[in-house]
Design a protein around this ligand. Structure first.
Ligand SMILES: *Cc1c(COP(=O)(O)O)cnc(C)c1O
Length: 486
């Protein structure tokens, strides 16, 4: 690896009086003199004083310290870091879409509303749902919106006892968090050793206080929940609804539909399954779909189409749970997802899941003599290792993950799911070639060898990245989040 050394902050490059441009004094009256004095700042803002070349070099160098799907393999389990086709970016950035204002009269943005509605219809088809809203900004936000729909449904029938949400112990942390934010109580259900929900442990939890059960399928161990239909029947029999966490929809894309498995409400992460970029906090999109009979509770605003085929925006509706976002969500992300679906088409989209599944099983099979397979059965799009098989070296999952950075790979997800002590969760996605997978397998095998022969190298990793291993404890106890705190 040939990485640059640690880059200074732009503030450290600042030299009193340096600037990138000379602005002539205005030849009109000072526009600021009419502003009230209490709105004016007392001192100059503390900005770095740098020339244009320094700024250019600084940001160009910093950009090469970043890791992204465009620079290397990124097998971050549960996050579906597939390639983001560039045509999506071009379409979303085009002037026709980029210059619209969300408060423009509907008559002047018929094309944009049609794109929005088309994506909604396609997600309905893919999810087996009756109607979608694209308003939520992320998966977790979709979960909250979906649970509020479920709450509104129970309340509309005067069934106010239903405050319990059942969540498997393999669930993503956002599931219990969203339930709590929605004002519901979380009850955990255990998994069996094969990673699937323990149906016998579920039965006694089901009563007339259950609002919903949340499930991810395939779950976070990459295992398909084969009892899902039975679970849906049990939950429905007690009057609860089924919520599908669609972050793991990728392996099912165009192959199987949550609506057909008995789910009533679901979200989709456009920034995972539908190839829009993510990481670093956004922007994302977490559309929520519902089966028929629940549409009226979805948030507003909504895009509606009249009998003449004209689109309009409905800002309010009697039974709607109200607003969850400004306007109609992250429109540019929605456009990228639509471009992805249209450019692949129905046939190619149905190949994503099988290829992602094949890639995951190939990597798992090629490493299972050195890394402990957490669940020994065919996985879907991802799988979990419970650390190295040889525990005598003292090399942990954290060490393996850090050492992978030296080999030029992004680390997998670690210490999640919580079902295993040394979880190392790998999701290759369908967009990686066999050569990339083989290089990754080689690196993982080398690390297993180093763990025995030179364990300190692995424990001190990363050795070749711009920043070494941070002191997690110190960072947690004494967080320094601004240059001026240094
Ligand atoms: C990513 C993920 C979420 C949350 O999605 P965000 O868009 O990050 O809020 C929920 N559940 C699972 C299984 C996930 O992988």
């Amino acid at each position: 690896m040939n990485r640059t050394a640690y880059s200074p902050l732009i503030f450290e490059l600042s030299k009193e009086g340096r600037k990138a441009c000379q602005i002539p004094s205005p030849d009109v009256d000072d526009a600021f003199s009419s502003l009230p004095a209490d709105l004016m700042r007392d001192s100059e803002p503390r900005l770095p004083q740098v020339d244009e070349l320094t700024v250019t070099r600084h940001y160009t160098n910093v950009s090469t310290n970043n890791f992204g799907v465009d620079t290397g393999f990124y097998p971050l389990g549960s996050c579906t870091m597939k390639y983001n086709p560039k045509i999506n970016e071009e379409i979303a950035a085009s002037r026709v879409f980029g210059s619209l204002h969300p408060l423009q009269p509907a008559a002047t943005v018929q094309g944009a509303l049609k794109a929005y509605d088309t994506l909604q219809q396609m997600l309905c088809e893919i999810g087996g749902m009756s109607r979608f809203t694209l308003n939520p900004y992320a998966g977790a936000h979709g979960e909250l919106t979906g649970l509020l729909v479920i709450r509104a449904y129970h309340e509309s029938r005067g069934d106010v006892k239903r405050t319990k949400v059942i969540v498997p112990d393999s669930a993503h942390g956002t599931n219990p968090a969203s339930a709590a934010v929605a004002g519901l109580k979380v009850v955990e259900v255990k998994s069996l050793p094969d990673g699937t929900v323990d149906v016998e442990a579920l039965a006694p939890l089901l009563d007339d206080t259950v609002a919903a059960m949340m499930m991810t399928n395939p779950n976070t161990t990459g295992t398909f929940e084969s009892s899902v239909s039975e679970i849906a029947r049990m939950v429905h029999d007690c009057g609860g609804l089924m919520y599908y966490d669609g972050a793991n929809l990728n392996p099912l894309l165009g192959v199987a539909r949550p609506g057909d498995m008995g789910f009533d409400v679901m979200h989709i992460n456009l920034h995972k399954t539908f190839s829009t970029p993510h990481g670093g906090g956004g922007p994302g999109s977490g559309p929520v779909g519902v089966r028929s009979g629940l549409e009226q509770f979805l948030p507003c605003p909504r895009v509606v189409k009249d009998a003449q085929g004209k689109y309009d925006v409905e800002w309010d509706a009697p039974e709607s749970l109200g607003r969850v976002s400004c306007f109609l969500g992250n429109f540019s992300v929605e456009l990228k997802a639509l471009a992805y679906i249209l450019s692949l088409g129905a046939e190619a989209i149905a190949m994503a899941g099988p290829l992602a599944t094949l890639n995951a099983n190939y990597v798992k099979h090629s490493l299972k003599d050195l890394y402990k397979v957490a669940i020994d059965r065919v996985c879907k799009h991802e799988f979990v290792f419970d650390g190295l098989i040889d525990k005598s070296t003292g090399v942990t999952t954290l060490d393996v993950a850090k050492r992978l950075l030296d080999y030029g790979f992004h680390a997998p997800t670690i210490y999640f799911p919580l079902l295993f002590h040394e979880s190392l969760m790998i999701e290759p996605t369908e967009t990686e070639s066999i050569e990339t997978l083989d290089n990754f397998i080689y690196a993982m095998r080398e690390i297993a060898r180093e763990a025995v022969e030179t364990p300190d190298v692995v424990k001190l990793a990363p050795l070749f990245t711009p920043v070494g291993r941070p002191d997690d404890t110190k960072a947690a106890l004494n967080p320094v989040t601004s240059f001026y705190d240094l």
